[in-house]
Design a protein around this ligand. Structure first.
Ligand code: DGJ
Length: 525
């Protein structure tokens, strides 16, 4: 799907979106970046995800919308569950979906819907009662001792068929009421899937699939992509002899890692069928999210190739990043051309720094902290402050993503500086060190916005410049201003000089609070 560019395999679906409905949200490439296009223009998702149960009640949502606006979101990620939209088989109730769309519109917000269908966090608690009760028709996964678990089996066609029918009805409905002026931007298909109860499903159907040869689509993918596979899959595959046919254990060796690859394939195929049915009705971008600490076949970075091979209708594999190593996850989830979208993360101050890194350095389509309706005082929230700045800068960011003219960084005592080449200069970006005081943390995003012109946002860092193109060998600061963007126009505030730019030696962002600054440079020798 994404060997050279993200959507080689999903291009048909995305192109279909463009053909069928030019206004419909879709993904488009700009340089190396994938961008979400809404109403014909690129869009940066400054989002937040609601608690799991909030969007099930419109009256519960009533007071929440204003808080979302006060947090400076442009989008809200809201669950829509199978149990609520299809309470009786084939009888749909979209009143909550409609209310959410109208609520978002009234508040000038967009939505990303999370389809809580067959699974949410690995279990099947959101399936309708008629599915829960009919365990003969809708089989569960099983443990090695034969006991059933409350997890729909990925090996039962009746399960995906029922899920896909409901999801397609939902997408048809969204297209009907939202297709001409889209409020709904993207869909998340299921939530943090994976079999958590055992290394793999041990139902009869699962055992039979495990003993069978690996599917032809996977063989073909391995053959075609053998030079570009992610190292995790390549290592296992090569260690077992790099065969393109045979049983799962003969192609990948035996053990829990192979169980995970096997489950990943069948989860990918299941979700792909659900996504395909949804896209046939309304082809907007669709992604899946991963619980990074959970095995069981979810879209983890280590099984990425399996998902790319098995789920061509899924546009993005997304990490929910709660732990440390934020940047490592960004790196892993941008391999193989996968666009980065982070549907869940913390909303702490640290997390807001990471957002600038994800958007500036990894061309993220957007970010979305989880449980944002729990933020009681938006005015005091670091998230609101960061999103206010990003809202202003979004046009600059979107104009430069993917073109080698944008960078993001988080600096600390262990990683006090980075160098980046952009706009004809080498930039050395370091923790701010003036008056012998040292910032403990520095973070930001810088764009090479025009010839000798840079725009930055962040705090606690300084930038020096070295020319990298023919001409005078040294660079100085022509001028530094703090300011704001109002309706896309730069409105300068203070001219920063003297102590504020280290007597002309460095473009500085004080550690106090993040802000936007513009810097122009000149060359001499
Ligand atoms: C990750 C899940 O995707 C969310 O729906 C929620 O359950 C959080 N975990 C809770 O921390």
């Amino acid at each position: 799907m994404r060997s050279l560019f993200p959507y080689i395999l999903c291009a048909c679906a995305t192109l279909a979106a463009q053909t069928a409905d030019p206004a419909a949200p879709h993904l488009r490439k700009q340089g190396e970046a994938a961008q979400l296009v809404v109403d014909g223009a690129p869009f940066l998702v400054l989002g937040g995800e609601l608690d799991n149960s909030s969007s099930s009640s419109l009256s519960y949502m009533d007071p929440i919308w204003d808080r979302m606006v006060a947090l400076n979101f442009n989008s809200v990620l809201a669950p829509v569950s199978w149990e609520l939209i299809e309470p009786r088989e084939g009888h749909f109730d979209f009143s909550t979906v409609d209310g959410l769309i109208y609520g978002a519109r009234r508040h000038g917000l967009h939505l990303v819907f999370l389809w809580f269908g067959s699974w949410k966090n690995g279990t099947s608690s959101y399936v309708p009662e008629w599915v829960k009760k009919d365990f003969h028709r809708f089989p569960r996964g099983r443990l090695a001792n034969g006991e059933a678990v409350e997890v729909l089996s990925i090996f039962a066609p009746a399960n995906w068929q029922a899920d896909a029918a409901a999801y397609a009805a939902l997408m048809r409905h969204i297209r009907q009421i939202d297709g001409s002026a889209p409020t709904v931007l993207m869909m998340q298909v299921e939530n943090e899937v994976g079999f958590r109860n055992a290394p793999r499903d041990r139902s009869e159907a699962a055992d039979a699939a495990f003993r069978s040869p690996i599917p032809k689509e996977l063989s073909d993918y391995l053959e075609k992509n053998k030079g570009v596979l992610t190292p995790e899959i390549r290592a296992r595959w090569q260690a077992a002899g790099a065969k393109t046919s045979g049983s799962w254990e003969s192609v990948f060796g035996s053990g829990p890692a192979t169980d995970e690859l096997f489950m990943a394939w069948y989860y990918a195929r299941y979700l792909d069928r659900v996504a395909a049915a949804g896209k046939a009705a309304y082809p907007i971008p669709m992604y899946v999210n991963a619980c990074l600490g959970c095995a069981g076949g979810g879209p983890l970075a280590r099984v990425m190739d399996i998902w790319l091979a098995g789920a061509p209708h899924i546009d993005i594999l997304s990490p929910d990043i709660y732990g440390s190593n934020f940047e490592v996850w960004c790196q892993r989830y941008t391999r193989r051309g996968n666009p980065l979208f982070i549907p869940e993360m913390h909303h702490s101050e640290d997390a807001t720094r990471d957002m600038l890194l994800a958007i500036g350095q990894y061309d993220a389509i957007g970010t979305s902290p989880f449980a944002v309706d729990a933020i009681e005082n938006p005015a005091a929230s670091p998230l609101a402050r960061t999103y206010a700045l990003l809202q202003q800068l979004a046009p600059v960011i979107l104009a430069h993503q993917g073109l080698g003219r944008l960078t993001g960084f988080v600096l600390d005592k262990d990683h006090p500086s980075v160098t980046r080449e952009m706009g004809g200069y080498k930039l050395t970006i370091s923790l701010d060190e003036i008056f012998h005081s040292h910032a403990d943390i520095g973070y930001g995003l810088v764009a090479a916005a025009g010839p000798d012109e840079f725009i930055g946002v962040g705090a606690g860092f300084g930038v020096t410049f070295k020319p990298k193109t023919p001409g005078p060998s040294q660079a100085g600061l022509a001028g530094v201003d703090e300011g704001t963007y109002r309706e896309g126009k730069w409105v300068p505030g203070r001219r920063l000089n003297g102590d504020e730019d280290d007597q002309g030696r460095a473009w500085r962002f004080s550690p106090d609070a993040p802000k936007i600054e513009r810097c122009t440079v000149y060359r001499y020798q």
